[in-house]
Unconditional design. Structure first.
Length: 325
């Protein structure tokens, strides 16, 4: 961070960069403010040699910075390029790209969107680690880099200092996740509202993969999901959810999976965890009370779920995000 405590983000625009994804970090991180409305992030765009680069949209981008911006960054974000739409020929990066990335300092957080995962893979940063990429190139990505634990079903993977996102809007999901990780739910939710996007999305990439169009139907689980969100502290069963949707258990479970990308039970647990996280960050309620209000019943149950999903206890989570306020 710089002397003001602002987190420095460098966005590396490669030749052929997708213009939409290039703008995501500036839009999301640039919207984050502290309680005094001071920027929490300083976002700059750079290229490997300081020269303009082509975009996928018929215009060029003249960045204000060259590769020296990578040396000063706390986080480096690499958006996708059309050059990797069908994968990457070989497993070596062009020398200018490799040289620019070699200027990134140790301890820097590195993020890829979509097919920019090939860049991180070619650098060896993903060997033996979990990662994702756009589902369209996932099979080629796994074949090209068999040491990577590719998960093509998720929207993004957070492996600490290296994070990978799936296609297009998943870059927004990942940036919001980083704001939440850095500064808590309140700041991330405010950014999401300003950007007119949900603070998190249900499910993963599976719901967006091309499939045969199902038979038209008016039945949906949306109303039941909204109903469940108002009753998270109640012990909702699958049977109660199906009954509210006026579907059989089998039909409801199948329809829910198709619409959300997750089984009902996993979705419900995820929503309860988000509520618990918000309560831990924004209140001084005892852990047992938070657990009850979020629908986990007991503090022990909440502790087990938080350790399984987040790797921390409720108390440790609260200490972390109370310190960021």
């Amino acid at each position: 961070m710089d002397r003001s405590g602002t987190h420095r983000v460098a966005v590396l625009a490669l030749d052929g960069v997708y213009a939409f994804e290039l703008g995501i970090p500036s839009r999301v991180f640039g919207t984050a403010r502290d309680e005094r409305q001071r920027p929490l992030y300083d976002v700059v765009v750079c290229t490997v040699d300081g020269r303009p680069v082509r975009t996928d949209s018929g215009f060029t981008v003249s960045a204000e910075h060259g590769p020296e911006a990578l040396e000063r960054a706390d986080t480096v974000v690499i958006p996708p390029t059309r050059d990797f739409d069908e994968g990457m020929a070989g497993d070596e990066l062009p020398e200018p790209v490799a040289a620019a990335l070699g200027r990134i300092g140790p301890g820097t957080r590195i993020v890829s969107f979509c097919n920019a995962s090939y860049v991180l893979a070619a650098l060896g940063l993903l060997d033996g680690r979990p990662a994702t990429t756009h589902w369209h190139v996932a099979e080629d990505f796994q074949r090209s880099f068999p040491r990577i634990k590719v998960d093509a079903d998720v929207l993004f993977v957070d492996d600490g200092d290296v994070l990978t996102a799936a296609g297009v809007a998943a870059g927004i999901d990942l940036c919001l996740h980083l704001v939440r990780r850095d500064h808590g739910s309140a700041v991330a939710n405010h950014v999401a509202r300003q950007c007119v996007v949900p603070p998190w999305r249900d499910g993963g990439q599976a719901q967006y993969i091309e499939r045969p169009v199902p038979e038209p139907t008016l039945a949906t689980t949306a109303a039941t999901r909204a109903w469940a969100l108002e009753r998270l502290q109640e012990p909702l069963s699958l049977g109660e959810l199906a009954a509210h949707a006026r579907m059989s258990l089998r039909t409801f479970t199948r329809r829910f999976q198709e619409e959300v990308g997750l089984p009902p039970g996993r979705w419900l647990t995820g929503q309860r965890l988000e509520l618990a996280r918000t309560l831990l960050e924004s209140s001084d309620l005892p852990v047992d009370v938070v657990a009850h209000r979020a629908g986990f019943g007991t503090g022990n149950s909440l502790r087990q779920h938080m350790r399984a999903v987040l790797g921390v206890s409720p108390a440790a989570y609260r200490r972390t995000f109370t310190a960021t306020r």
